[in-house]
Design a protein around this ligand. Structure first.
Ligand code: NAP
Ligand code: MN
Length: 264
């Protein structure tokens, strides 16, 4: 099997990265950072998000597994003490694959013929730079509301425990192929009105955001920020692609939620 190992870049993660690489080479696996079948990340969720984006053009052939070195590690759920056990698992035992849904975002810009397509593992957010964001929200081709406020967050089920959670969104199980729209500080009064609750859309229900006011918009996709630009529309839906995680032991989603947010 072809594998590669990424690191968050700190000393602890780098040392662990080298150890894992050495162990797996000793077991006869081959290192290939062009077309790895297994991507092992050492650091935290941020490291896993980065690796996901590095290999997002070959998700069907890639399985991810994460080790966390002192970070939350919602996705990166192995700890450094378990590294020997993990490498033996990787080298010797058949593993299970669990697939999680992703978010597809298509961005159309003012004065540009081509649209750009992104995949998010956690979420996409849209905010204005200076002033409120005013945006129409269409769902499944029908006008739903005009949003006025700080911004909007559209998340995947596995991303629902990240930014979405801070916005009062629900935590969704990743077996629900869906996306969730959460508001950031909407303006609600006699004049302006939004639904106020987070919305969960199933597969094939596309939501289209069209900023109305002439402000620069900031769009984020997971850990990266796209440059300030004039956005014509942002189209979000459940992606056809899925992310694949290698599972060497059962670690149910709700247990992961409990251990991340209530107690270990
Ligand atoms: P970061 O600032 O280190 O991330 C913030 C925290 O979110 C970290 O503790 C990170 O874990 C954790 N995290 C990432 N994905 C998660 C998930 N699916 N469920 C639960 N926790 C998760 O930046 P980053 O590591 O590059 O991560 C980018 C993410 O930060 C974005 O996708 C967004 O969801 C999140 N974020 C949250 C807020 C907020 O809650 N107000 C604001 C901006 C961005 P690690 O420590 O293991 O990396
Ligand atoms: Mn982080």
């Amino acid at each position: 099997m072809k594998f590669m190992v990424t690191s968050r870049g700190d000393d602890v993660s780098n040392t662990l990265q080298q150890r894992i690489k050495r162990y797996l080479l000793d077991f006869g696996l081959s290192y290939d950072d062009e077309k790895p079948e297994m991507v092992i990340t050492v650091g935290g969720d941020g490291t896993l998000l980065q690796a996901f984006h590095d290999y997002s053009d070959r998700l069907e052939d890639t399985a991810f597994v994460g080790i966390h070195t002192g970070h939350l590690g919602f996705y990166a759920d192995w700890v450094p003490d378990e590294v020997e056990k993990l490498v033996i698992h990787i080298a010797k035992t058949p593993y299970q694959i669990v697939e999680y849904p992703l978010l597809e975002v298509v961005i159309r810009q003012e004065g540009m013929a081509n649209s750009e397509r992104h995949l998010a593992l956690n979420e996409c957010t849209i905010k204005s730079i200076g002033g409120s964001l005013v945006s129409t929200i269409d769902i499944k081709g029908e006008p739903f509301e005009v949003f006025r406020g700080d911004g909007l967050c559209v998340s995947t089920p596995s991303g629902s425990t990240a930014y979405n959670k801070a916005l009062g969104g629900a935590i969704l199980h990743p077996s629900l192929a869906s996306i969730q729209i959460a508001e950031m500080a909407s303006i609600n009064n006699r004049v302006y009105r939004t639904v106020g609750s987070p919305l969960v859309l199933p597969q094939h229900h596309t939501c289209l955001l069209k900023p109305l006011n002439d402000v620069d918009i900031q769009v984020t996709v997971d850990h990266y920020t796209l440059e300030h630009r004039r956005i014509k529309s942002l189209q979000c839906r459940v992606a056809e692609e899925k992310v694949r995680f290698a599972r060497f032991r059962p670690f149910p989603f709700w247990k992961r939620v409990r251990e991340s947010f209530i107690r270990e």
